[in-house]
Design a protein. Structure first.
Length: 293
């Protein structure tokens, strides 16, 4: 789910005369809007909330700011073109799986998306490259994660939203314990987080990740850092040193520049937040209606 202003707006006919496609999925009303500027590109919305942008002609193109930031991490987790084992929790339009397949051929990927009707809708209208080694499982994210062999994944990417909120059971230390089990010792956990003032959810997710991983970094728009607007933040966590300087440079050079914090500055930002556990976990906050206007 993408929050804020970094997306195309308007239900307009795309280049080449493409028109919007609408369907009913388990999560609500799904719509594929053609991109006004890029032939072959589409935005997936669920009940009006933008979920993914896909360019079928150029899967290496990432339109949403948060997806570009995750793309940077896919690029940095290992040497260029080296195949990866990747778990995607949350499927959307499979944007990041397509990006990984294009940038790192021969990667093996598992996509876990609970909405089976959405999977079918996307497969029909935005088909995956049949040569890509991508397996899609239509189950709950945590149930799908539990099926991943110990130490298999180089990356676990969490981008799960029910409507516009991350489900509570994907915010806890118990959830991260299973992420760590599935990760290789050198693997990274990456999460798309969405929050707004006073950033209570974001601070608690930093504290939760810090209780399970030794190294963290977080990228977000400056206005989100300052608590001025609801928006996305990308968290990366690992048990090895992260390439913070290069990640910072790439995020700062994006069309919508962001800021990266890590180490003491990130711990200070989290303040006195405490880790989330299953027994008290709650879903991420509902975005204000103005976010999607």
């Amino acid at each position: 789910m993408v929050a804020g202003k970094d997306r195309n707006k308007g239900k307009q006919r795309g280049r080449g005369g493409a028109e919007a496609v609408v369907g009913q999925v388990d999560g609500g009303r799904a719509e594929l809007e053609p991109d006004r500027e890029r032939s072959g590109a589409w935005t997936l919305l669920i009940d009006g909330a933008p979920q993914s942008h896909v360019d079928l002609d150029d899967p290496g193109y990432l339109d949403f700011a948060y997806q570009r930031r995750i793309g940077h991490l896919i690029d940095l987790v290992a040497p260029a073109r080296q195949p990866l084992n990747v778990v995607h929790l949350g499927g959307g339009a499979f944007t990041l799986a397509r990006y990984t397949a294009a940038s790192r051929p021969r990667s093996t990927q598992q996509v876990v998306e609970i909405d089976a009707a959405l999977v079918a809708f996307v497969r029909e209208h935005l088909p995956l490259d049949p040569q890509a080694r991508v397996r899609v499982r239509a189950v709950d994210a945590r149930a799908g994660l539990a099926k991943v062999p110990d130490g298999w994944a180089d990356l676990v990417i969490a981008d799960v939203f029910s409507g516009a909120r991350t489900p509570a059971h994907l915010t806890s230390t118990e959830f991260l314990d299973d992420v760590r089990r599935a990760l290789a010792p050198t693997g990274w956990y990456v999460a798309n987080l969405a929050d707004g003032p006073p950033l209570t959810h974001l601070r608690s997710q930093i504290a939760t990740a810090a209780s399970r991983f030794t190294e963290l970094a977080l990228a977000a728009d400056p206005v989100v850092w300052r608590g001025k607007r609801f928006g996305n933040a990308v968290l990366v966590a690992a048990d090895r040193e992260l390439p913070v300087a290069e990640f910072t440079r790439r995020v700062a050079s994006d069309p919508h520049p962001g800021r990266v914090e890590h180490g003491r500055a990130l711990a200070d930002f989290a303040g006195g937040a405490t880790p989330v556990v299953d027994a008290s976990a709650v879903a991420s906050p509902q975005p204000p209606p103005s976010v999607f206007r």
